[in-house]
Design a protein around this ligand. Structure first.
Ligand code: ADP
Length: 294
């Protein structure tokens, strides 16, 4: 693969399960070396899209190219260039971490060193432990280790840190940044928007089978959704809010007119999660409530 080729190219992808349209004309590109997050609520069509890219699922329509190959026709040589970390691998083997990795390394033409991978996912102390005896978070790191042992050019990470404690999540992010620094292209799905904001260069937001936004992780939702909000209470306890591109100027004016810092003064910059929720709600409206509050 040359560096100016796209790693993943998706055009007007469609997938129909009987009457149900799961993916409805989705198009995006992922450049080599990029970390791309595919975001969206449950049932949006993320897994279907990813499974089509991985060659596990057929498509109803559209064009797909992954590392220059149509996944519907990808052979073993192509598969060996991919690393896949599924949502639940259920690695509960009786073999040790090191044994399992050594076994999998044997399937690839140019695998990474087993000890190096164990260190990369922070499992040095558990290398000789049977996988079944590891904690859930440690087993997840084994999944990731198995996903990268073959030195993939493209790594699929499907909700990689679900169930991690905050410390383990941060360690995992370091692993992913290391892979990115080596030039690995990464397609990430996650329900943790802070994770996407930390790791991804670009993102696509999918809702009800359609791509509702696509762009740089700092641009998703558009400039208007990112305008900071200044909030404070006046002497009478009344709440005031002002959206402004110049929060510093507004804060200074509020402080001056209040004769000091008013109660509850804060500048709120919308997080990726705030922006994402706005986007998804505006698309799905109240028509399809996934969860009904009692
Ligand atoms: P996500 O990964 O974003 O949660 P999915 O791709 O799993 O979304 O699902 C998209 C839609 O397709 C959902 O409405 C889901 O119920 C439906 N779907 C997924 N897989 C199948 C299947 N094998 N047969 C029928 N419908 C399916």
């Amino acid at each position: 693969m040359t560096t100016n080729e796209t790693a993943v190219r998706v055009r007007e992808l469609r997938k129909q399960y009987g009457q149900k349209t799961a993916v409805d004309g989705v198009s995006f590109d992922i450049s080599p070396g990029e970390t791309f997050a595919l975001l969206g609520p449950n049932g949006a069509g993320k897994s279907t899209t990813i499974e089509i890219l991985e060659g596990y699922r057929s498509r109803t329509g559209g064009e797909v190219s992954v590392l220059g190959i149509d996944p519907a026709k990808g052979g073993l040589g192509w598969k060996a260039r991919l690393g896949i970390v599924l949502q639940t691998t259920g690695e509960t083997g009786l073999v040790t971490v090191a044994e399992q990795l050594k076994h999998f390394a044997g399937f690839y033409p140019n695998p990474r060193d087993v000890d190096e991978v164990i260190a990369a996912v922070g499992l040095e102390a558990q290398a000789k432990t049977r996988i079944a005896k590891l904690s859930g978070g440690q087993q997840r790191r084994v999944d990731v280790a198995l996903g990268i042992i073959g030195r993939p050019e493209l790594l699929f990470l499907d909700e990689p840190t679900t169930g991690f404690d905050p410390e383990a999540r941060r360690r995992f992010w370091e692993v992913i940044r290391g892979l990115k620094a080596e030039g690995t292209t990464i397609l990430l799905t996650t329900h943790y928007l802070d994770e996407a904001a930390q790791l991804a260069d670009r993102a696509g937001v999918i809702a009800a089978g359609r791509l509702v936004d696509l762009g740089g992780i700092d641009e998703i939702g558009g400039a208007a959704a990112r305008v900071p909000l200044v909030r404070w209470r006046d002497a009478g306890g009344v709440l005031h809010e002002e959206r402004t591109h110049e929060p510093g100027r507004v804060v200074a004016a509020v402080v001056a007119s209040s004769g000091g810092e008013p109660d509850g003064l804060e500048v709120i910059r919308p997080s990726l999660e705030d922006i994402y929720l706005q986007l998804v709600r505006s698309v799905e409206g109240a028509a399809e409530p996934e969860e009904v509050l009692a």
